[in-house]
Design a protein around this ligand. Structure first.
Ligand SMILES: [Zn+2]
Length: 118
């Protein structure tokens, strides 16, 4: 769709319009803009984050911390431990256990939370 061709009907008459922004649970005023791709031939619509590189870290937390297929959002305990540099490793270990993911994925989840801010 982003290439300008509709994946459903093959039409090249695809237009772009702003979508409804995603709000993040930590701060309702912070919105992530979306772009909507609309096929004028068949009516198929797809939405994408407008600036994925810029917004990736924020999107990994809050309402979107839950990965499709199963990861678990950071618990209050993990977030508290993560904010203190002396207990950050502990936060990773606790999240790894709570979410049932490996250390690498747990580290990414904690780093994304810290990059997003408190
Ligand atoms: Zn179409």
């Amino acid at each position: 769709m982003k290439s300008g061709m509709c994946p459903k009907c093959g039409s090249r008459d695809v237009r772009i319009t702003p979508g409804e922004p995603i709000s993040l649970s930590y701060s309702r005023v912070e919105l992530v803009p979306l772009l909507k791709y609309v096929c004028l031939q068949c009516g198929f619509v797809e939405e994408y984050v407008a600036h994925p590189d810029r917004d990736r870290a924020r999107l990994a937390t809050g309402d979107l911390a839950c990965r499709a297929g199963g990861a678990v959002p950071l618990s209050d305990e993990v977030m508290r431990l993560a904010r203190d540099p002396t207990t950050r490793d502990q936060a990773i270990a606790v999240y790894s256990q709570q979410a049932g993911v490996g250390r690498e994925e747990a580290t990414k989840a904690v780093e994304a939370y810290l990059a997003f801010g408190k």
